[in-house]
Design a protein around this ligand. Structure first.
Ligand SMILES: [Zn+2]
Length: 132
């Protein structure tokens, strides 16, 4: 979990909490051990721009093998968006542990409890500039 923490920052957390991480998708290549998690991340301060695509590759033990993002900082594998994605994954994993759900893709669709933290439709909050 050290790798997780290295990506985390307050800004990443705000990005996650504001619901900018969307369309979380999990993909496991048929012949690969690792799991790829992909998500769209909105520009929190530049809403008119298209969302970024962030992805993280996890080893079977849950460690971050590789991370990337389409933003400028993404090449350094440590941008805010990847951090926000990791927060999202972290939240999903905790929910999974709590619910003891089997390893099915469906669990990545967040249950209603997390919607209190992540607005269902962040677009409607655009004009409020709410940062909490
Ligand atoms: Zn990025």
């Amino acid at each position: 979990m050290q790798e997780f923490k290295s990506h985390k920052s307050l800004e990443s957390y705000e990005t996650f909490c504001c619901g900018w991480v969307q369309d979380l998708a999990i993909y496991k290549p048929p012949n690969a051990q690792n799991t790829v998690v992909l998500a769209k991340v909105m520009h929190s301060r530049r809403l008119c721009e298209p969302p970024l695509i962030s992805w993280v590759i996890f080893t079977p033990s849950g460690q971050v093998c590789s991370a990337h993002c389409t933003c400028m900082a993404g090449v350094a594998e440590s941008c805010t968006h990847v951090g926000a994605l990791l927060f999202m994954v972290d939240a999903c994993v905790r929910l999974k542990e709590k619910a003891t759900v089997t390893d099915e893709p469906a669990y990545w669709k967040l249950p209603s409890s997390i919607n209190k933290v992540v607005p269902k439709q962040p677009k409607t909050h655009q004009h409020q500039h709410r940062m909490s």
